[in-house]
Design a protein around this ligand. Structure first.
Ligand SMILES: CC[C@@H](C(=O)O)C(=O)SCCNC(=O)CCNC(=O)[C@H](O)C(C)(C)COP(=O)(O)OP(=O)(O)OC[C@H]1O[C@@H](n2cnc3c(N)ncnc32)[C@H](O)[C@@H]1OP(=O)(O)O
Length: 307
C-alpha cells in the first residue's frame, strides 16, 4: 500500500493538459481508485451499437454515436469504444477538426437505461462516471476544433456529450435536454462543470433544475449553440463540414496550436497559461507556415482573406 501511495501524486493541472510533447493525461488515475480495465470489463456485459470514426484527408474527422434502435443510447461497450476512438484521435497528428454526431438524424439519448439499471449501485456508478469523465475531458482537450452536430434529441448523457465539444450546431426542431433531475440524478459525465463554463452558472442551474427542452433558438440566445442549420436535414453533415472547414482553414500545426493555447487559457491560472502559450508559440514561430507567410509579405489590407 505504501509503495502504491508513494507512486500516487497529484499532477499539477498544467501537466495534465495537452502540451506539444506530452500525451493528454486523464482526470482520474489509480490514485483515485480508478481501474479502467475493471469497469470496462463490467460494461462489456451490456453490448450493442458502436462508436464509429472516419478521418478525412482534409484533416476533419467525423465521430458517430451509432445505436439508432435505441436513439443512440450509449451501451456499456460503446462507452469503451468512445474511449478507444479518443485514443485514436490523440494519435492523429494530421487532424485539425472533429464533428461529433449521432446516427439516423438524432444525437444521443444518454446512457442505455438497461445498463444503468444493472449498475445502479454508487460504486459502479462512480466507476462508470470516472471512465466517461476521463474520456470526455480528453475529447474536449484534443488539439482539434470540435463541433457537436445536434439533430433530433440530445438527452441526459447525450446533452453532456454536446458540452464536450468546443461548439454546437443545431438542426431545426432539435433539442438539448439535461433530463438528469427526472432520473433523480445530477450529470455524471462532467456535463455540469462544462455547462457552467459555456453558459454561466445561472443559465446552467436553470437548465439543470428545470430539465427544460433547449431548442435551437434558446440555445443560441444563451450561447450554448453557435448556429442553427438550414432545414434540409439531408445536408446537416455537409453544413457542419462547411462550417468547420471555415473555422479550420490553414495548416493543421497552426490550427492545433491555436486550440492548445485556448485550452490552457481556459483551464490554467494566468501565469501557467502564459508559460504554456510561450511554449506553444515556440513550436510555430519560424515554422514552415510562419516563414511562408513572411515570404509573401503583408496581405491583410483590411479585407477578409480566405487562404
Ligand atoms: C449521467 C447521465 C446518464 C446516466 O445516468 O448514466 C444518462 O444519460 S441516464 C439516461 C438519460 N436519458 C433518458 O432518460 C432518455 C430516455 N429516452 C427517452 O426519453 C425517449 O426514448 C426519447 C429519447 C425522448 C425518444 O422517444 P421516442 O421518440 O418516443 O422513442 P422511444 O422512446 O420509443 O425510443 C425508441 C427506442 O429507443 C429506446 N431508448 C431510447 N432511449 C434509450 C436509452 N437511454 N436507453 C435505452 N433505450 C433507449 C426505447 O426504449 C425504444 O426502444 P423499444 O421500446 O425497444 O422500441
Amino acid at each position: 500500500m505504501a509503495l502504491h501511495l508513494r507512486k500516487c501524486f497529484i499532477l499539477p493541472i498544467r501537466s495534465r493538459l495537452v502540451l506539444p510533447q506530452q500525451r493528454i493525461k486523464s482526470v482520474y488515475t489509480t490514485c483515485d481508485g480508478f481501474n479502467e480495465e475493471e469497469i470496462r470489463e463490467k460494461l462489456q456485459r451490456f453490448p450493442g451499437g458502436s462508436v464509429d470514426l472516419s478521418k478525412q484527408t482534409s484533416g476533419i474527422a467525423v465521430l458517430t454515436v451509432n445505436n439508432p434502435g435505441r436513439m443512440n443510447a450509449f451501451t456499456g461497450t460503446m462507452m469503451g469504444e468512445l474511449k478507444d476512438r479518443v485514443d485514436e484521435l490523440e494519435q492523429w497528428t494530421d487532424g485539425k477538426g472533429l464533428i461529433v454526431q449521432g446516427a439516423a438524424s438524432t444525437f444521443c439519448s444518454g446512457s442505455d437505461l438497461n445498463a444503468v439499471r444493472a449498475i445502479s449501485n454508487p460504486q459502479d456508478g462512480m466507476k462508470m462516471c470516472m471512465l466517461m469523465q476521463n474520456t470526455l475531458t480528453r475529447l474536449l482537450r484534443l488539439p482539434l476544433v470540435s463541433v457537436a452536430l445536434v439533430e433530433g434529441k440530445a438527452l441526459g448523457g447525450g446533452a453532456e456529450l454536446t458540452t464536450a465539444c468546443d461548439f454546437r450546431l443545431m438542426a431545426p426542431g432539435s433539442e438539448i435536454r439535461f433530463v438528469h433531475k427526472h432520473m433523480g440524478l445530477v450529470p455524471g459525465w462532467g456535463g455540469a462543470a462544462r455547462l457552467v463554463r459555456i453558459v454561466g452558472s445561472k443559465n446552467a442551474l436553470q437548465l439543470l433544475s428545470t430539465a427544460r427542452r433547449v431548442d435551437p433558438d434558446y440555445a443560441v440566445s444563451i450561447g450554448l449553440a453557435e448556429e442553427i442549420l438550414a432545414s434540409d436535414v439531408s445536408r446537416s453533415l455537409d453544413q457542419a463540414q462547411k462550417w468547420l472547414s471555415d473555422h479550420t482553414k490553414g495548416p493543421s500545426p497552426v490550427i492545433r496550436a491555436l486550440k492548445k493555447v485556448v485550452i490552457s487559457g481556459r483551464e490554467l491560472p494566468l501565469d501557467e497559461a502564459l508559460r504554456t502559450e510561450k511554449q506553444v508559440f515556440g513550436t510555430v514561430w519560424g515554422g514552415p507556415a510562419n516563414l511562408e507567410a513572411l515570404a509573401q509579405g503583408p496581405k491583410h489590407k483590411g479585407h477578409n482573406t480566405d487562404d
